[in-house]
Design a protein around this ligand. Structure first.
Ligand SMILES: *Cc1c(COP(=O)(O)O)cnc(C)c1O
Length: 349
């Protein structure tokens, strides 16, 4: 493996980051006349903590990893974009990603003018480890793996992920957005061993906070320091920091939601099996089911007319005829079944 220093873009290595007023002072109970803030209208008048220290303390406790292994951003998307800007030289470097997977890796690559090399999964949605490693060259800086994978729903074998981490010269970005639905599979405990690993997690899914935009990246302190250098100084606003701190007290709620979602997934599986137009329900470690149908567009459009919106994934690699359905509340799921029952009748007459 190359050192982080060797992988880093030269301009980022040389970068002297913006030093904010709140950066230079760390302490409490002071009179703040340093940032040209308005003394009125508390608490919104003050700039937020640029390093979100209180929030990271709580996350460190929950995830059992020191605070200096944590980066927080405006959704996981910020961490993805920063990884490109830190390591990938536009027009020269490339990244490798599995296919199908989450769309943002490719969009962020295109925005940063970085070539993406897509390596298809097997028909069973497993990693082709050799093909993935073969797709890399000396300019491959990042390798994206999403597990549990979106949209396929499966988690990859830990030994396959390890083989890739141990044999790739660059940095593996492992997206664990859905890991709270299978926490035992997280690679966070392996971070101390693998210094070329960045793990992405989010508050948007199991934690139920998609609206506050808060994503996490976990990596060696060396990588976290680089991310901190590149990010906007006040990238996580005080409303988000405060709301997350409050809601992190609800760990028990989160565990209960996850339990209910997993139960509802099992009910949905049984229910979907009954429809003749659904040919396959793929195994899922996440909060959604990928199903193969004989008419993805038709079913999608019909459900939209019934006020039920699912995701048509039929144009995605290896997902011909596939729809992705998020597990909702009992009421929402019943709305789906009602829509599918009606669709059944339209094709049977
Ligand atoms: C939903 C999702 C995310 C979350 O992105 P945020 O920007 O944190 O909301 C990240 N990765 C994958 C694969 C996802 O499906």
């Amino acid at each position: 493996m190359k050192s982080i220093d060797q992988l880093l873009r030269p301009n980022i290595k040389a970068l002297k980051p913006y030093s904010s007023a709140r950066d230079e002072f760390s302490g409490e109970e002071a009179i703040f006349l340093d940032a040209n803030e308005n003394p009125f209208n508390p608490p919104y008048n003050r700039y937020p903590d640029p390093y979100q220290r209180k929030l990271k303390e709580q996350i460190a406790r929950i995830k059992n990893i020191p605070s200096d292994y944590i980066f927080l951003g405006n959704g996981s998307d910020e961490a993805i974009d920063i990884a490109y800007r830190a390591f990938c030289e536009p027009g020269i470097d490339n990244v490798v990603a599995i296919d199908p997977t989450y769309g943002m890796y490719l969009v962020a690559a295109d925005i940063n003018n970085i070539e993406t090399r897509k390596v298809k999964l097997t028909e069973d949605f497993e990693l082709k480890v050799d093909a993935i490693l073969d797709a890399t060259d000396e300019n491959t800086k990042l390798l994206f793996i999403c597990s549990p994978n979106n949209p396929t729903g499966n988690s990859f074998k830990a030994e396959d992920i390890i083989t890739i981490i141990e044999n790739f010269e660059g940095i593996v970005v492992l997206d664990e957005a859905y890991i709270d639905f299978v926490p035992e599979k997280s690679f966070i405990p392996k971070l101390k061993k693998y210094t070329n690993l960045i793990i992405l997690q989010t508050f948007s899914k199991a934690w139920g906070m998609a609206g506050i935009r808060l994503g996490m990246a976990f990596a060696s302190p060396e990588i976290i320091r680089i991310f901190n250098k590149i990010k906007y100084p006040y990238n996580v606003n005080i409303l988000t920091q405060k709301t997350a701190l409050d809601l992190l007290q609800n760990e028990d709620d989160m565990a209960q939601w996850v339990k209910e979602i997993i139960e509802a997934k099992s009910i949905m599986k049984d229910k979907l099996k009954e429809y003749s137009f659904i040919h396959k329900i793929y195994p899922s470690d996440a909060n959604y089911l990928l199903v193969k149908t004989d008419n993805a567009k038709g079913i999608y459009n019909y459900l939209v007319e019934q006020g039920v919106v699912i995701r048509d994934r039929s144009s995605v690699a290896l997902c011909e005829g596939c729809l992705r359905i998020t597990i909702g509340s009992t009421e929402e799921n019943n709305g789906l079944y009602t829509g599918l029952d009606k669709y059944s009748k339209t094709i049977n007459c």
